[in-house]
Design a protein around this ligand. Structure first.
Ligand code: GTP
Ligand code: MG
Length: 287
């Protein structure tokens, strides 16, 4: 597990190491402040963490303070039949790719998984998900481009109930939180999911692009307020030096981080584990 986070944090650690060239078992507080800000942790959070720290900070002290941030309650992945995960987020955040990875993850846990191509906005989106479904050999429900995405969600859930699937993962078109018509469409998808099955959606999962760092916070807040979010996935952590933003995002949203994306392949999805993540992050700061 730790090596997966290493992959996701390699650029962040390179940046940290350039600020802390001589790593030891402790660090000067001012230098630590610089390193944490460089990793795109919010300034307010950096101040909060360092406020009660001595002038020389040990690895253990920082480990405890950082781990504390991930102390967010996780809504248990229920055992509904089926569990319905609705995947939402802005354009290009990594929704469809994450669905492929999630399908792979749950399939490996011996679940019977179905994906639903709810992004009916782009023809390429349907094709993209079909490719994942083919490759992973999981079922897919789709329709033609331009058709109603909530109908796809409804059909998928109905079919999954009838055929006793364990999980349905529903793709949606990328949208900005400022596009009111698209927010309304998402509300409709949620409503129709509940019509098909009173326990659906089981989880509304927000996909955030890790390369945006703390810039992703505004959109995330809006999704949380408008639609409601049960958990987040941060993607593309492998492509950014902004790994410290993960702490700020979790802290400010108060939402559990379920998985982290560390590449484009099906197994580049790591179930989040606070200790492993903090341990890997600290390798850029301490010896
Ligand atoms: N390096 C890296 N690339 C990723 C990761 N997740 C997704 N990507 C890439 O990001 C790009 C966008 O991913 P998509 O899954 O198509 O994003 P989306 O949110 O479905 O996009 P729209 O449907 O256009 O809104 C693709 O090139 C993916 O391969 C990740 O964890 N690491
Ligand atoms: Mg997509």
């Amino acid at each position: 597990m730790i090596s997966f986070f290493k992959k996701g944090l390699s650029k962040t650690n390179d940046a940290l190491k350039s600020i802390v060239p001589e790593r030891a078992k402790f660090i000067d507080k001012d230098l630590l402040e610089e390193a944490l800000v460089e990793s795109d942790m919010n300034y307010e959070l950096v101040e909060e963490i360092l406020e009660n720290m001595p002038n020389v900070v040990t690895k253990d002290e920082l480990f405890d303070a950082l781990l504390d941030i991930f102390n967010v309650e996780i809504k248990e992945d229920e055992h509904n039949h089926p569990n319905v995960d609705l995947i939402i987020g802005v354009n290009g955040a990594g929704k469809t790719t994450t669905i492929g990875k999630l399908a792979n993850y749950y399939k490996q846990k011996n679940e019977k998984v179905m994906v639903a191509a709810g992004d009916t906005f782009r023809a390429a989106a349907i094709e993209q998900l079909k490719k994942w479904a083919d490759r992973l050999d999981v079922s897919i429900v789709y329709t033609q481009q331009g058709h109603d995405s909530s109908a796809v969600a409804y059909d998928a859930i109905e079919s999954a109930k009838a055929k006793k699937y364990d999980r349905v993962i529903i793709d949606t078109a990328g949208r900005l939180h400022t596009q009111q018509n698209l927010t309304k469409e998402l509300e409709k998808i949620v409503r129709i999911c509940t019509k098909a099955y009173d326990k659906a959606p089981s989880r509304k999962i927000l996909i955030l692009d890790g390369t945006q760092g703390t810039m992703a916070l505004t959109q995330a807040m809006a999704f949380k307020e408008n639609i409601g979010v049960d958990g987040i996935v941060i993607t593309k952590l492998d492509g950014t030096a902004k790994g410290g933003a993960v702490f700020s995002v979790v802290k400010d949203l108060g939402l559990p981080l379920l998985f982290v994306g560390v590449g484009e392949r099906e197994d580049d999805l790591v179930p989040f584990d606070g200790e492993g993540f903090v341990e890997s992050f600290l390798e850029g700061i301490f010896s």
